[in-house]
Ligand binder design. Structure first.
Ligand SMILES: Cc1ncc(COP(=O)(O)O)c(C=O)c1O
Length: 380
């Protein structure tokens, strides 16, 4: 199914449709009152906010403190503000993949990373996602591939809904050091972890070979379009040039609003609320999927992020299934083929379910409909 048709189904408004397709932060969890106060204050104070501006120092200082929550020690000068994580990924690809050295992608990966890579002419090598990522990369370099970069989502993998275990992170960092390639760490979901002890970022293990991509989209609001990268020291100047070439600077109001918000508001406490709310939905969806999916259906057990990834039997086309699901059963999802590249690209039997924007009651209703659809179609 092509991306335009998927969006047609995904964005379709229908009061009775339960959408597990929208992978957006839940709008009920945006800090609207606090943001409104910050916006008022920022626009009332004359001066800077209306003008072209340099990166706001107070915001970079706030980000240094946030990075400490991810186990990363860094200085404000190492932080480059971006228009969200997507901009950071695009900058990483531009900065690291110009030399003709290939980039390594997981064969199931985030569509925005695929777009950033495929927009250029960087050679791509894919690695499988079912076993050890580090072993797969070691296999590639052992076969003579000399990557310039590898894109990874250690937390809240979109769409797989998994996190990378500690030993895998250490092994990847070790491989990056040994073979001189840069890990692009997309930590867009890094603060949305549901275990008691949050895992630190990959960047906490390695400075020189990890290009960290962060964002306020999932913890404050994506509409603000404010994110950041923490780049290896050697890349800071180049990163500023690449950013200037494409956008000059992040929009001044966005910078001021986020900085003002963080001045007088407890983001860590808000993250605690988000973790609780999303974990509740994750738990309900997990229980429901265990009940409604045919016995033995492989599906992920997310401990961070917003997604479940389901593998239906070979031969099922989830693009075709979506049409029936949305129009006759009142439930939608994203067919998995949008996220595929490499040897698995032709597979049509995956789907992604998001639990972020639905209530527990909607999750129960929507998964019941999905289960009924599968039974009616004899998918077992
Ligand atoms: C894995 C991943 N990375 C990056 C992004 C982009 O985030 P931002 O809004 O910060 O650009 C998304 C958005 O959904 C995402 O799922």
């Amino acid at each position: 199914m092509d991306q335009t048709s998927v969006f047609d189904f995904v964005l379709r408004k229908n009061a009775d449709l339960v959408s597990f397709a929208l992978g957006l932060p839940n709008p009920d969890l945006f800090p609207v009152a606090e943001l409104t106060a910050a916006v008022d204050a920022v626009f009332k104070s004359p001066g800077d906010v209306y003008q072209y501006a340099n990166p706001l120092e107070e915001l970079r200082e706030h980000i240094v403190r946030l990075m400490a929550m991810r186990g990363v020690t860094c200085a404000p000068e190492q932080i480059v503000l971006t228009n969200g994580a997507q901009h950071g990924i695009d900058m990483a690809v531009r900065l690291l993949c110009g030399s003709g050295r290939p980039i390594v992608l997981e064969e199931i990966t985030y569509t925005g990373a695929l777009s950033a890579v495929l927009a250029g002419d960087t050679p791509v090598h894919t690695v499988g996602t079912s076993g050890s990522l580090a072993r797969a990369v070691a296999g590639l370099v052992g076969a003579g591939v000399r990557p310039g970069a590898m894109y990874v989502m250690p937390e809240g993998h979109n769409p797989l809904g998994v996190s990378l275990p500690g030993p895998e992170r250490r092994a990847l960092a070790e491989l990056a050091r040994e073979h001189a390639f840069t890990l692009i760490e997309d930590d867009a979901y890094g603060f949305l972890q549901y275990d008691d002890e949050p895992r630190p970022a990959l960047r906490s293990l390695e400075d020189r070979w990890v290009f960290y991509v962060g964002s306020f989209s999932k913890v404050i609001s994506p509409g603000l379009r404010v994110g950041w990268i923490v780049v290896p020291d050697a890349l800071v100047d180049q990163a500023l040039v690449v950013k200037e070439a494409s956008t000059l600077e992040v929009a001044t109001p966005g910078q001021h609003i986020v900085a003002r918000l963080l001045d007088g508001w407890d983001l860590a406490a808000h993250i605690g609320v988000l973790r609780r709310e999303y974990a509740l939905r994750r738990d309900v969806m997990r229980r429901c999927l265990e009940e409604v999916l045919p016995a033995g259906t492989p599906f992920s057990r997310p401990d961070s992020g917003m997604f479940f990834w389901v593998e239906l039997p070979e031969g099922v086309d989830t693009g075709e299934l979506l049409k029936v699901a949305a129009s006759e059963y009142g439930v939608s999802f994203v067919p998995g083929d949008l996220y595929l590249s490499g040897p698995v690209q032709a597979k049509r039997n995956y789907l992604r379910l998001s639990f972020s924007c639905v209530s527990p009651a909607e999750i129960e209703a929507g998964t019941e409909r999905l289960g009924r659809l599968l039974r009616d179609r004899g998918i077992a």
